[in-house]
Design a protein around this ligand. Sequence first.
Ligand SMILES: CC(C)(COP(=O)(O)OP(=O)(O)OC[C@H]1O[C@@H](n2cnc3c(N)ncnc32)[C@H](O)[C@@H]1OP(=O)(O)O)[C@@H](O)C(=O)NCCC(=O)NCCS
Length: 160
Amino acid sequence: MENNSIFIEQLNTKQVDKVVDIENSSFKTPWPKQIFLAEIEKGKSFCRIALQEDIVAGYCISNLIFDELHIFKVAVHENHRRKGIAKYLLEDAFYFYKEKGAKNAILEVRVSNESAINLYKKIGFEALRVRKNYYQTTKEDALVMFINLDDYFQKFLSTT
Ligand SMILES: CC(C)(COP(=O)(O)OP(=O)(O)OC[C@H]1O[C@@H](n2cnc3c(N)ncnc32)[C@H](O)[C@@H]1OP(=O)(O)O)[C@@H](O)C(=O)NCCC(=O)NCCS
């Protein structure tokens, strides 16, 4: 996919170090490199990167569980934020998994993560429930958010 000089493509092992750099500067309990490599090797998750002028600016890892698209990770390098890259990465996963039968997309987000919650709300995600003490190291609660993909695409088509 391509949008205003942002390209989205499959993550491969050569780009993993760049993704790990973004991961380490974006999350309190980052995934180690081995998890990203295992996700690529297993080939079951949709592992995508956003490139801006050939630089890895962000990534998204997602998977289909029954008819639900689970967003495991989305992050954007701090120098590339507020350019629509995360929104674009999420839409890319929506397109890919809608074709494969996904009905909803679902994710967990720290209740303190205002920027991510704003992003998800802007796309149309709604809060479903709170999972108490979901994050083991910090004991923080998670907000579970979901979006119905038919609703998303109907809204999307009516505004384009
Ligand atoms: C959350 C994150 C992925 C957003 O990435 P991004 O590429 O900057 O997001 P986008 O540019 O696509 O933002 C789309 C909309 O989300 C909302 N948003 C994004 N970042 C925001 C912020 N810091 N404050 C308020 N609203 C924000 C805005 O509505 C924005 O639209 P606008 O720029 O037109 O106002 C990024 O800040 C990040 O990597 N954070 C650290 C990792 C993380 O928390 N990931 C989510 C884990 S659940």
